[in-house]
Design a protein around this ligand. Structure first.
Ligand code: HEM
Length: 167
């Protein structure tokens, strides 16, 4: 049975100095699985918009899906591989920082970006309290295969067994 404890990430999250390290796994998770994968629709302003030499008339509905931006090789080296270090010790794996748009960007971006702190705290507390294993019959793929985009991502089921961790 696969045990999350055996992966490097688990050790990294338990590091006492891991404040910076903890950011990597959380941001990389959002990079690979954006909470708002297709993003919302926006309308071009009065006078239209010219992007990369292409004119888009006013009132046109436009959308830039996060999933596409964050999976683009022009923005990330090996964009679909799990590499938390791209957000910590190996920033060269991010070719264009503007390609990381988990909280969207500029005027209409998320007002709740402080949620990153909450996610980091929760993840660290969980892995410091429990050993985590896949439940019998679970292989970790259903949550991705059955994920649905309802503006925010609703993952499929993931069955785990949590046991108290004795340090
Ligand atoms: C992992 C956590 C979160 C992620 C990844 C996230 C992501 C986003 C994204 C991508 C948008 C822009 C949607 C668009 O394209 O229009 C957005 C908007 C927004 N988010 Fe979050 N969000 C998170 C947590 C939160 C929390 C905790 C709050 C509130 C406490 C919050 C409040 C808002 C609000 C109010 C907007 C609308 C902003 C506007 O249109 O002016 N978010 N969020």
């Amino acid at each position: 049975m696969a045990c999350v404890r055996n992966c490097d990430l688990f050790h990294q999250l338990r590091e006492p100095y891991g404040d910076v390290v903890r950011t990597g796994p959380c941001e990389e998770t959002l990079h690979l699985n954006p909470a708002v994968p297709s993003a919302s629709l926006h309308t071009t302003p009065k006078g239209g918009l010219t992007l990369n030499g292409i004119y888009i008339p006013k009132g046109t509905t436009v959308v830039t899906p996060q999933y596409s931006l964050m999976g683009d090789e022009r923005n990330f080296i090996h964009p679909n591989n799990w590499i938390p270090e791209r957000f910590t010790t190996h920033p060269e794996l991010v070719l264009d920082k503007q390609g990381f748009v988990a909280w969207a960007t500029r005027k209409y971006s998320c007002v709740g970006k402080i949620s990153l702190l909450e996610i980091r705290t929760a993840a660290a507390q969980i892995v410091k309290t429990f050993d985590i294993e896949f439940a019998p019959g679970e292989d970790g793929t259903t949550m991705f295969r059955e994920a649905l985009d309802f503006f925010t991502t609703t993952p499929g089921p993931l069955y785990l067994v949590l046991k108290e961790w004795k340090n």
